[in-house]
Design a protein around this ligand. Sequence first.
Ligand SMILES: [Fe+2]
Ligand SMILES: [Fe+2]
Length: 326
Amino acid sequence: MITAVSSRAEVIKWMEDFVGEKITELLKSVEDSWQPADLLPDSTLDNFLGEIKELRERAKELSYDLLAVLVGDTITEEALPTYESWLMTIDGLPSDPNGPWMRWNRAWTAEENRHGDILNRYLFLSGRINMREMEASTQYLIADGFDLMTDNDPYRSFVYTSFQETATNISHRRVAQIAKREGDNVLAKLCGHVAADEARHAKAYKAFVSKIFEADANEMMLAFEDMMRKKIVMPAHYMRELGVDMGKTFGHFTDAAQRIGVYTSADYTDILEGLIKEWKIETLTGLNEAGERARDYVVALPARLKRVAERMKVPQLEYKFRWIAD
Ligand SMILES: [Fe+2]
Ligand SMILES: [Fe+2]
């Protein structure tokens, strides 16, 4: 039984059955999953070259910023080894390889692994990308790692993943919409598939946090506040290109994403508002004084962020990415 003084490790252990249920409910079996090969030309077929030709014709019409955002998204997905090893460092996750937590980590990683694969393969076939430059950025990002400021804490970590999976759902979905507008239905479809995966993952991580709120509301509230005070950084915040300082390319990538409306500061606030609603923060009770202050801070934050966003201008400076071939 969970009591008010339960440690984080006890809460995480107590959630095991719940996590097991979420694996069945929100992750898909291999048999039921799409694979990159379902959506891209099949090299064993005689019409392979014809299909590539069509793919390249469509890709010619894609705008510069969209391509840049797509490459940045791909590099972010390709840094999956960083995310998996980070998950494994969260304090208190039971290490039993057959237990729900480790099964979750592996099955989540296995689903995510398809994202980098499909985006990378599309970009390779598109004829518009300097693949070596993109690959170097990926190698840099994995070697550089990240600093999410979650301190190996499960509560902070699942606030982070709840936020981040929602953000990736939004950005892949928007890229799909723009690709469709620019006439590339295949790219639109594959980004739509990736976005749908991210939506399931977001749902699961949000459910993990809801469950923690049931058992340890005060500590969960303090963890949520702490992450929002520090601000949620993107996992690729160290992104760079060859010859560019660490993190510099990332700034240009997020500028491009804002310019074309793939991910903006308004989205950041919308996600926060969604989490406040999902976790019923406004009506949260049973908190101590620090917990109540944390709740009030978080509840007031969206309005503050909106005021700041009103004063911010969308960055117009065009940047020539080494990734784009033309
Ligand atoms: Fe992903
Ligand atoms: Fe994801």
